[in-house]
Structures are given as structure tokens and as C-alpha cells.
Design a protein around this ligand. Structure first.
Ligand SMILES: Cc1cc2nc3c(=O)[nH]c(=O)nc-3n(C[C@H](O)[C@H](O)[C@H](O)COP(=O)(O)OP(=O)(O)OC[C@H]3O[C@@H](n4cnc5c(N)ncnc54)[C@H](O)[C@@H]3O)c2cc1C
Length: 398
């Protein structure tokens, strides 16, 4: 009987894991099903570009997985029963239940309004394609001189504000940051960021907490009103509530708690990867929601599943960071080198070269999804037969 592996989510991590498993295991021995709500692979790291009006390369999952043996299912996951080992999905064929022997949970994350009044109604999010397309339409309809406020001074906020200011120099783009502008960066990185932000004419409101959002303005903690014909909300990501509604052990964030092989600590036949996983990185710090750490978790999970099924050696690749790659529009970038646990070191790459580097990283991430063993030839291994269920004890009559 084939071992049924169901992978939920075909983003950077789920698609990588499904493809890698298909290249590691003999086709006769496994049935790999990849479930995704959308028919395309979405390059989430480019959602600020989409919002700013750029067109992205279409990447149909059907083409990416043609000939791999992975069965694609275009459907929305509505629930997981980790005790019965089933997943409920809703697609063109209605609602159905998929049974699994091994589950890989990779549903990613969406935006987080942090309960700020008015944010859900009035702010635009760019954490996924639907939100980015809505923001794009709204921004395209804005006349020159209108104010746009990006809320959030993290990596996504910086990328969004600079991208918009570069694409639409006729708009008044501002950024509201909780702390100082790029205050986690090295002095070189922070200097460069400020130079680019100034050059693009972005107004920065530092040490500013937005407490309410209306259709044409936001209010800050000190009562200031900032004009915003469009508010773009980038204050962090939150996972979908599906895992939290199961008996799987999850953290406060709703992410599935996993061990070093990305295996659920409560349910050994479940693995979680990418944004959906609460995995520890260097120094015992939880990995942040990012492609940079998410893709290695996909490789780790796929290799661990393959090893456990074939009797091979478990992978022990350290999950660490090397750099933060930040686009600052299409012509500028900032590559901040970091320690294994993601703290900035002195070295940073800036300018046009950094922009090209970041573009190559984005292209490489998409290429890696379609080539999940990074072009290295692999041997498909046999799945070891499962030990027969222990025979029931035979009672002998007394
Ligand atoms: C604008 C922006 C810029 C970013 N830039 C960077 C960057 O420069 N570097 C970096 O490292 N990270 C960056 N990130 C973060 C990065 O995109 C995420 O951390 C990464 O995509 C997580 O990968 P994932 O596979 O866990 O989830 P995702 O890529 O989100 O994939 C999840 C998949 O699951 C599907 N899905 C979700 N719910 C359901 C459901 N109920 N049923 C069926 N399918 C479902 C989705 O359609 C999607 O295909 C950025 C994010 C954004 C929004």
C-alpha cells in the first residue's frame, strides 16, 4: 500500500517540501497530494511590487509540478483532524475528506491588524495576492498629491514604502514606524536606508504607534492625526486559525510547535514548516516568519520524512540566518549581514549592487521551489515496509 503524504499549502515551503519528497521517494511507494487554495504559485515576497503596479510572472502550479508525480488539488483547507488523520477541503468537487499517513502543514500566514480599530475596515494589506491586488487598484486610482501612509517599519513596511514612492513619485508617501527608522540595522545599513528614504521623498514618523484607522486618516497614540487616502498595513503576520483549532500543540502565536526535524511535538505523523511552524533557530530563538528561514525548514522536513520512511539518516542542518535582503524600490537595496540568530553585524551591502542581489534572491527562491533539490541529482529510495500490526494475544482457555 502506498504511504499517503498530504501537503497543505503550495507556497514557498509547501511546494518545496512536496517537490523534494517526490524526488526522494519511489513513486510506487508514496502518494503525494499538494493542496492549495489558488491554482498558481504566488511569490509572496513580491506583493509590494504587485501593489505598486508591477506585473509578476505567472507561475501555474500545474506546470511547475508536471511530471513530478505530485497530485495537485486546488481546494481550500477548512479543517484538520490530527487524531483521525484527516483533512477537510472544499474545492470544485464540493467538500471532501483526505486521509493521510503523513501530513505536512504549510499554510503560511496572513496579515495581522492587531485589533487596531478601523484597520480591518479601512487599511490595505499586502500579505497575500488578493490584498495586494486590492491595494494596487486603490493606489492606481489615486490622483497626484494624495497621501499614502505605510504603517509598520519592519522589512515589509520598508519595502512597501520605498516601492510605492519610487513607482508613484506624484504621491505623498509616509511611513509610520513604532521605533526608529531601521533601528535594528548596522550603522552603515541605517545610514543608507535613511539616505534612500530621503531621496525618495518619504516622510518618516518615528516612534509612532497608530491607534485608529479611518477612511482618510489615522490617529496615533499621542492623538496626532496623519492624513492617509490609503493606509497600507504591514505590522506583522499572523497564522491562519486552522492549526489552533486542532489537538496539535500550538504556541501563543497559533503556530505548530515542532522539533528540530519540523515534526509536531504532539503528533509524530504531522510536520509543520514555514510561517506555520514554531521552530527554534540558533540560540534557541524562534525563527521569524520569512522565506529565509522557511525554505530550509521545508528541506529539513522533507529530508526527515524521507529518512524516517526509508530507514535513512536524519538530517541535522542548522537553521540559521545569513543576511536580511531588503529591496528599496527597483534601483536600490540593502543587504544587512546578520549573526546566525538574526542580529545585525557591521557589514552591509548597499546601492544598485544590493538591488541586483535581492532580485537574484527572489528569482532564486522561485527557481528553488521548482527545483527543490537545487539541481542536485537524487536517488528515489524505497519506503521500508511498515511493521505489521502486533498480532492480538491469543487467549488459551484455562
Ligand atoms: C510583501 C512581502 C515581502 C516579503 N519579503 C520577504 C523577504 O524579502 N525575505 C523573506 O525571507 N521573507 C519575506 N516575506 C515573508 C515570506 O513571504 C513568507 O515568510 C513566506 O512566504 C512563508 O512561506 P510559507 O510557505 O510558510 O507560506 P506562504 O508562502 O504564505 O504559502 C502558503 C500557501 O498556503 C495557501 N493557503 C493558505 N491558506 C490556505 C487554505 N485554507 N487552504 C488552501 N491553501 C491555503 C496559500 O494560498 C499559499 O499558497 C515577505 C512577505 C511579504 C508579504
Amino acid at each position: 500500500m502506498q504511504h499517503r503524504i498530504v501537503v497543505l499549502g503550495a507556497g514557498y515551503t509547501g511546494a518545496s517540501a512536496a517537490g523534494r519528497l517526490a524526488r526522494r521517494l519511489r513513486r510506487e511507494d508514496v502518494a503525494i497530494t499538494l493542496v492549495n487554495a489558488e491554482p498558481d504559485f504566488v511569490e509572496r515576497v513580491r506583493m509590494h511590487q504587485l501593489a505598486a503596479g508591477q506585473d509578476l510572472t505567472p507561475r501555474p502550479l500545474g506546470e511547475m509540478f508536471a511530471g513530478t508525480g505530485v497530485e495537485l488539488k486546488a481546494a481550500k483547507v477548512t479543517g484538520v483532524d490530527a487524531d483521525r488523520r484527516t483533512v477537510a477541503v472544499h474545492g470544485a468537487d464540493g467538500t471532501e475528506e483526505l486521509a493521510y499517513d503523513t501530513l505536512v502543514y504549510a499554510l503560511g500566514s496572513g496579515w495581522k491588524d492587531q485589533g487596531v480599530p478601523g484597520a480591518a475596515e479601512h487599511a490595505h494589506e499586502i500579505a497575500g495576492r488578493a490584498g495586494a491586488l486590492r491595494a494596487r487598484e486603490r493606489l492606481a486610482g489615486l490622483e497626484a498629491g494624495r497621501p499614502v501612509l505605510v504603517v509598520g517599519g519592519g522589512l515589509t513596511g520598508l519595502e512597501a514604502a520605498t516601492e510605492l514612492a519610487e513607482a508613484r513619485p506624484d504621491l505623498e508617501v509616509a511611513l509610520a514606524a513604532h521605533g526608529g527608522l531601521g533601528d535594528w540595522l548596522s550603522p552603515k545599513g541605517a545610514r543608507h536606508l535613511r539616505k534612500v528614504v530621503d531621496r525618495l521623498g518619504i516622510t518618516v514618523h518615528e516612534h509612532t504607534t497608530v491607534t485608529a484607522v479611518e477612511a482618510d486618516r489615522v490617529t496615533t497614540a499621542d492623538g496626532t492625526s496623519l492624513p492617509a487616502a490609503v493606509t497600507v498595513w504591514t505590522t506583522g503576520f499572523a497564522v491562519h486559525p486552522i492549526a489552533g483549532a486542532t489537538t496539535l500543540e500550538t504556541g501563543e502565536t497559533g503556530q505548530i510547535v515542532v522539533d528540530g526535524t519540523m515534526r509536531s511535538v504532539s503528533h509524530p505523523d504531522v510536520y509543520a514548516i514555514g510561517d506555520a511552524a514554531l521552530a527554534m533557530g540558533a540560540g534557541g530563538k524562534p525563527l521569524r516568519m520569512s522565506c529565509a528561514s522557511g525554505i530550509p525548514t521545508a528541506w529539513q522536513a522533507a529530508d526527515a520524512i524521507a529518512a524516517r520512511l526509508t530507514g535513512g539518516k536524519l538530517p541535522d542542518m542548522p537553521l540559521r540566518y545569513f543576511n536580511q535582503c531588503i529591496s528599496l524600490g527597483r534601483k536600490e537595496g540593502l543587504i544587512q549581514f546578520v549573526t546566525a540568530d538574526d542580529r545585525a553585524v557591521g557589514a552591509a551591502m548597499t546601492g544598485r549592487f544590493a538591488a541586483v542581489y535581492k532580485e537574484l534572491v527572489c528569482k532564486g527562491a522561485a527557481w528553488g521551489v521548482a527545483n527543490p533539490t537545487m539541481g542536485i541529482p537524487t536517488r528515489r529510495r524505497r519506503v521500508a515496509p511498515r511493521p505489521a500490526a502486533a498480532a492480538p494475544a491469543v487467549r488459551t482457555p484455562a
